[in-house]
Design a protein. Structure first.
Length: 158
């Protein structure tokens, strides 16, 4: 276990805790009428929990876990290309979200990411991208009545 892993996990726990404290100051509301601090509070809890998971997984490596992790594995030839492609896709998604709309931009973004991780298959990325977009649309637009950019496809149909 490296000292840096413990410090990093403690920073995540501290950030999550401070975010929860500030979210409470904004008023949480309740589940049916969430206040402005509701989502920041939930994300603060998640930050803290993931920080604790990181800390416990680091400690388990020392006490007989899988061995020491190597941060250099991310920069192995091929992985750096995938990392850069992922960053490029994220920027392209952010730039095309308004123009293409939620449905098309999200489908293309997810398809690209799924295809990047499973380059030889086509059916899996197509199905998972479609299912994710449809499920997200049903949850956010239909059930929660959120609005997303309609995009070029919806504008052409209306």
């Amino acid at each position: 276990m490296k000292k840096s892993e413990i410090i990093c996990s403690l920073i995540w726990v501290a950030l999550g805790t401070s975010q929860c404290i500030e979210a409470v100051r904004l008023r949480l509301g309740n589940l049916h009428r969430p206040g402005p601090g509701f989502l920041p509070f939930i994300s603060g809890i998640l930050l803290g929990v993931f920080g604790l998971i990181l800390m416990f997984s680091s400690v388990s490596k020392v006490t007989g876990g899988d061995g020491e992790s190597n941060g250099r594995k991310m920069w192995v030839k091929g992985n750096s290309k995938r990392l850069l492609l992922t960053l490029f896709a994220l920027f392209a998604y952010a730039l095309s979200f308004e123009t293409l709309g939620f449905l098309i931009a999200t489908f293309l973004f997810l398809f690209f990411l799924f295809k990047l991780t499973e380059p030889k298959r086509w059916v899996g990325p197509l199905v998972f991208s479609g299912m994710t977009v449809v499920l997200s649309y049903l949850i956010f637009c239909v059930w929660l009545k959120s609005t997303f950019p309609a995009g070029i496809l919806i504008r052409l149909l209306h």
